[in-house]
Design a protein around this ligand. Structure first.
Ligand SMILES: Nc1ncnc2c1ncn2[C@@H]1O[C@H](COP(=O)(O)OP(=O)(O)OP(=O)(O)O)[C@@H](O)[C@H]1O
Length: 280
């Protein structure tokens, strides 16, 4: 079993009282979080809990109304997305961000371009462009798409596009990788590969994973935050959080013993239900 990140270690990412309102709706409500280098942290919660909004605030595609975000001790709350990306924040999306007209390889070359040490003049100098292609090829090998490198991205299946999106995120040489529902729509085989890829990331890359598959969360995350209506319901080491009475009640409703080996088998759903399911 994995252990929770060391709370005393210096934080790569620190969120302090982050709040985002849309009109009268508070999508993210006073959320604080500290993640050390190499953290494997999951954010779970029912539909509409504010998980994607939280990722958007960290990535810089949305701005908080209140609170601060620091990366390696520097305040990035007002920094534009491109600046955060240069500092090493990369993300994958619920809908894979793939350029269908480009080859699989060139999607990764393009994503890695601004982060490559040999980025200047690479289009004009074939030897430099070759370096970009080589490092893109390594990322494709990591995600199991090397054989499809020269195919148009438009020909990929949904699962393959997700893997390409992940290769593109890795090309950004991230310090912090934000993954929004990476297992959604994947076959069991692809989920197995995904677990291997994320599990094999360099140990200094911190990962925040928004995921509905609790089995994926239990396998990958050492710590978990549960959001409900934008607020932190509970946050801490994965096994403690998944066994927390309020978390179990939120997903199962009140009832008799819900111990890990109780009447509901593993006691946690494989896929977190939507609020409608939860109200069931
Ligand atoms: N741009 C926006 N304008 C208005 N409301 C928004 C906006 N983005 C998100 N919301 C609302 O904020 C709340 C949180 O949305 P968010 O997408 O962050 O939830 P989520 O936990 O990621 O849900 P899901 O699991 O369905 O992806 C929802 O009620 C949503 O409708």
């Amino acid at each position: 079993m994995t252990s929770a990140p060391n709370a005393a270690a210096p934080a790569v990412l620190a969120l302090d009282r982050l709040t985002r309102r849309y009109g009268t709706l508070t999508a993210v409500d006073d959320v604080s979080l500290r993640l050390p280098a190499g953290a494997r942290h999951a954010v779970i919660g029912p539909n509409g809990a504010g998980k994607t909004t939280l990722l958007n605030l960290i990535a810089g595609t949305d701005r908080p109304d209140h609170g601060t975000i620091t990366l390696d001790g520097a305040d990035i709350t007002r920094k534009p997305t491109a600046g955060r990306s240069r500092l090493g924040i990369a993300r994958s999306f619920q809908q894979p961000a793939v350029i269908a007209e480009l080859s699989v390889l060139d999607n990764v070359v393009l994503a890695g371009w601004p982060h490559h040490p040999q980025r200047r003049g690479a289009w004009r100098r074939p030897s430099r462009y070759r370096l970009h292609k080589e490092s893109a090829g390594r990322h494709l090998e990591t995600v199991g798409l090397a054989d499809l490198a020269h195919r148009p991205a438009s020909t990929l299946s949904h699962g393959q596009r997700r893997m390409l999106d992940l290769a593109a995120a890795l090309a950004g040489r991230p310090r912090l990788l934000l993954l929004d529902e990476p297992a959604a729509g994947l076959t069991d085989r692809d989920i197995g590969r995904l677990l291997g890829i994320i599990g094999g990331l360099p140990s200094d890359v911190a990962v925040i994973l928004v995921e509905h598959h609790v089995e994926v969360v239990a396998e990958l995350a050492t710590s978990v935050t549960v959001l409900a209506a934008g607020k932190v319901l509970v946050s801490g080491p994965t096994q403690e959080v998944l066994a927390h009475p309020e978390v179990r009640e939120a997903y199962h409703g009140p009832g008799p013993s819900t111990g890990p080996d109780g009447p509901r088998g593993k006691g946690i759903p494989t896929v977190c239900p939507s609020p409608t399911d939860a109200r069931g």
